[in-house]
Write a protein that binds this ligand. Structure first.
Ligand code: PHE
Ligand code: FE
Length: 298
């Protein structure tokens, strides 16, 4: 884990992402005037493509929230403009960052209703896949649901839980990270009896938006807190398992209890491979496993 980041001045940044160190940290003012025509075009392309794909696939809460925020394909949104809407709705604020933050900084921001959004957007050749989160993933994927009062509370609670887990130790953090992964990043929700996407890692990816709902390969299993906290995951392929919630209320209720005894209990148990189905699972679909890489679970 790196030391406390030094805030960087916007003047030192370039829209050429090559000049920005990977995993560099620090809060920046969104250098909006520095976005190129190509940057805006990348946003427009991704926005239009995902919106078309997500109608009927993403949760109504997500689509509704995104509309309410006023995000459009025409230009990369200004964080300051989104903040006016978001602040009035749920009190959340976006802050510009260079990239992934040290864990404790990230948790602290969430605990204070600040959501870090990467300022730079991917290059055209990265339209379909990018290894680190960029503006499109963060803004299009994560931010809309912060307009939803229940999900907004969940994210803050997660941040507080993160500060706590950080003090408990590395294993507790790993348990909590898995929860984030299988809910915030890759969660599915049941709406009107059908499965829909709400996870930001899915909604910001064309391939995974289709895969998560329509492929026969992955498992789709009902939400179970401790089971999820034991389950390893994929960072370089589509998920082998998606977990399904019934509502955001279910999520916030299930995660309300103090996790301290849960961390202690989980410490004595083995982790579960990403693709495994257990006897007690509520299985919506047992995956065929087709195309799965045999190793590489994180
Ligand atoms: N209730 C959890 C704890 O005591 C905090 C938390 C809330 C964690 C929501 C994740 C999501 O640690
Ligand atoms: Fe993310």
């Amino acid at each position: 884990m790196s030391a406390q980041p030094q805030p960087r001045r916007v003047e030192n940044l370039h829209t050429d992402k090559g000049k920005v160190p990977v995993y560099a940290t620090g809060i920046v003012e969104q250098p909006w005037d520095g976005y190129t025509t190509e940057d805006h075009a990348t946003w427009a392309t991704l926005f239009a493509r995902q919106r078309e794909l997500l109608v009927g696939r993403a949760s109504e809460a997500f689509l509704h929230a995104q509309d309410a925020m006023g995000m459009t394909p025409h230009a990369i949104p200004k964080y300051a403009e989104l903040n006016a809407v978001l602040g009035a709705a749920t009190g959340w604020q976006l802050i510009g960052v260079e990239g992934l933050l040290p864990e404790l900084d990230f948790f602290d921001h969430l605990a204070n209703r600040r959501f870090p959004v990467t300022w730079w957007i991917r290059k055209p050749e990265q339209i379909d896949y990018i290894e680190e989160p960029d503006l499109f993933h963060d803004l299009f994927g994560h931010v809309p649901l912060l307009m939803n009062p229940v999900f907004a509370d969940y994210m803050q609670a997660y941040g507080r839980g993160g500060v706590k887990a950080h003090a408990v130790g590395a294993e507790a953090l790993q348990n909590l990270t898995r929860l984030y992964w299988y809910t915030v990043e890759f969660g599915l929700i049941r709406e009107h009896g059908a499965l829909r996407i709400y996870g930001s890692g899915i909604v910001s990816s064309k391939g995974e938006s289709i895969h998560a709902l329509e492929s026969a390969a992955p498992n789709r299993i009902g939400f179970d807190l401790e089971r999820i906290m034991r389950t390893r995951y994929r960072i370089d392929t589509f998920q082998k398992t998606y977990f399904v919630i019934d509502s955001f209320e279910q999520l916030i209720e299930a995660t309300r209890p103090d996790f301290t005894p849960i961390y202690a209990r989980l410490a004595a148990q083995d982790s579960i491979p990403a693709g495994e189905v257990l006897d007690g699972d509520h299985v919506f679909q047992r995956g065929s496993g087709e195309g799965w890489a045999g190793d590489g679970d994180v």
